[in-house]
Write a protein that binds this ligand. Structure first.
Ligand code: CO
Length: 209
């Protein structure tokens, strides 16, 4: 029941205020998160909860299959605000195994409007077809593309002007790729961290001025 949610909220707010007097007043005055989280909209991957962070500690953007597309004004605006105004120190792309978006992208069904969004995943699937076809189990193939997708989105973040200008200014900023398992609640670090534009392909690198 919807009214239960509001009752839950009241209890939660009371409990927070009891445990941390002045908590909301302090938060209302400013937010200073050190992390930007880019994750999947999937209800089983609640950002703050799985990394044990409080309100105010994690700036969050979620969409289907945790993608960062340079034509997505929503995502790029979040990135811009997080880097330039909040000055987050870490950007975490967190995918998850068994992602429905990734699974759909490997299929051939007509799913309507969402096919245009999933098309970007198909492009990764096509580019990485040799790696993917090496997986004979269909579920393993989905999981492999979930991992590859995170790596591509980490690259996409590093290819944005927002992030490259921050690095040029000498701002401390690192981009990380993680993947979460819905089956056991554990996050795996994919070790694809990037913290400068030095190793990026030249065509994506912003000219230094
Ligand atoms: Co998902």
């Amino acid at each position: 029941m919807l009214s239960d949610l509001l009752a839950n909220n009241k209890r939660w707010a009371d409990r927070m205020e009891t445990q941390h007097p002045g908590f909301f007043k302090e938060l209302a005055a400013q937010q200073k998160p050190e992390y930007l989280w880019i994750g999947c909209s999937d209800s089983r991957v609640p950002a703050n909860e799985i990394v044990g962070l409080m309100p105010g500690e994690l700036f969050v953007h979620r969409n289907i299959a945790n993608m960062v597309l340079h034509t997505d004004l929503n995502c790029i605006s979040v990135l811009h605000y997080a880097v330039e105004v909040l000055q987050v120190k870490h950007i975490i792309v967190c995918g998850h195994y068994g992602c429905g978006g990734v699974r759909a992208a490997l299929g051939r069904q007509d799913l309507g409007l969402i096919d245009n969004w999933l098309r970007h995943l198909k492009d990764i699937g096509f580019r990485e077809r040799d790696l993917l076809s090496a997986e004979s189990d269909p579920d393993r193939r989905v999981d492999r593309l979930c991992e590859l997708n995170v790596r591509y989105q980490v690259d996409n973040i590093c290819h944005t002007k927002v992030v490259q200008k921050a690095w040029q200014r000498g701002q401390q900023l690192a981009v990380h790729g993680w993947i979460y398992s819905i089956e056991d609640g554990v996050i795996k670090d994919l070790n694809v961290d990037i913290d400068s534009y030095r190793d990026l392909p030249e065509i994506y690198c912003l000219e230094e001025v």
